[in-house]
Design a protein around this ligand. Structure first.
Ligand SMILES: NC(=O)c1ccc[n+]([C@@H]2O[C@H](COP(=O)([O-])OP(=O)(O)OC[C@H]3O[C@@H](n4cnc5c(N)ncnc54)[C@H](OP(=O)(O)O)[C@@H]3O)[C@@H](O)[C@H]2O)c1
Length: 268
């Protein structure tokens, strides 16, 4: 089965390339999702599966670069979807918890109505809509708070600042998800021929403060603060917990986010 992967140098793409084995793996230099070479490359490669792990992921910067974020996360997935449709290929794509506004008291299911609060979320929602509208076979995996031992992420930021007093937001709720967890289960879901929209996160939930505490341990000098005390260019939902019940029905029990974090630590 010929697989084409985008975003090979990203947190998730890096893991996927190693798992998928024989794969046409692209990066920004060989396939720029903000450019117009997408259709040509897909037509030449003729993959049976396209895994789109590339994305514009700078949530705050996206407020000042709305057009670029929309081209990469909104328009490009639509082009990939049109090409997948032409080829009869499966398009696997990642989306985000930030398509939701955070007003729901509980965890978000796949069918809850999205209402993004920021440009990054809006660009992802546009990507979802274009993929669904294309009529291609697709698997859209919504995930949240992605981290790994490489790349830019909250886990590495906390590790870098270990030993210093830190103030960490404690009123945004979500599910930390390692890139390895995502890659492993993505491959399993492709094997099971899963399609549609699926929340793919570990079990359980926490806040950024809870995540920081788990990363740095009970002795770390951490102060929980409200989002209002840490203003950012992009508004973030207070609750972006994703319900993984549908994924569990397909994959079996999914580990708690703390177990996933332990696995990442052990692999260091
Ligand atoms: N990170 C999160 O917390 C998070 C949360 C929810 C959902 N997601 C979704 O999960 C997926 C994987 O995210 P990730 O954490 O692995 O992201 P990441 O580490 O930021 O990697 C994204 C990759 O996309 C590439 N890229 C950016 N713009 C591009 C362009 N114009 N053309 C081609 N490639 C481009 C980047 O290339 P360079 O290396 O050259 O910059 C990078 O390798 C994405 O769809 C993301 O939206 C992520």
């Amino acid at each position: 089965m010929r697989v084409l992967l985008t975003g090979r140098n990203g947190q998730v793409g890096w893991e996927l390339e190693r798992l998928l084995g024989d794969v046409i793996a692209t990066d920004r230099s060989s396939l720029d999702l903000s450019g117009d070479g997408i259709a040509g490359l897909i037509r030449e490669a003729k993959p049976a599966v396209i895994v789109n792990a590339a994305a514009y992921t700078a949530v705050d910067k996206a407020e000042a670069e709305k057009d670029l974020a929309m081209r990469v996360n909104g328009v490009a997935p639509g082009v990939l979807a049109e090409e997948a449709k032409r080829l009869g290929a499966l398009l696997v794509h990642y989306s985000t918890d930030y398509v939701f506004d955070g007003e729901k008291p509980g965890a978000y299911g796949e069918d809850d109505a999205p209402r993004p609060l920021n440009a990054y979320g809006a660009s992802n929602l546009e990507g979802e809509k274009r993929i669904r509208g294309s009529g291609c076979r697709h698997l859209i995996l919504r995930t949240s708070w992605v981290y790994a031992l490489r790349g830019h992420n909250f886990y590495l930021t906390m590790k870098k600042n270990a030993g210093r007093p830190l103030r960490v937001v404690d009123d945004q709720h979500g599910v930390p998800t390692s890139s390895r967890f995502l890659a492993n289960h993505t491959v399993a879901l492709i094997g099971k021929r899963a399609e549609g929209v699926l929340n793919l996160v570990p079990s359980g939930e926490t806040t950024w403060y809870g995540f920081a505490r788990e990363i740095l341990g009970p002795e770390a000098d951490l102060t929980p603060i409200a989002s209002a005390e840490y203003p950012t260019p992009a508004r973030r939902p207070r609750n972006s917990r994703l319900d993984n019940a549908r994924a569990r029905r397909l994959l079996g029990p999914l580990p708690d986010w703390r177990e996933v974090l332990d696995d990442v630590r052990k692999s260091a």
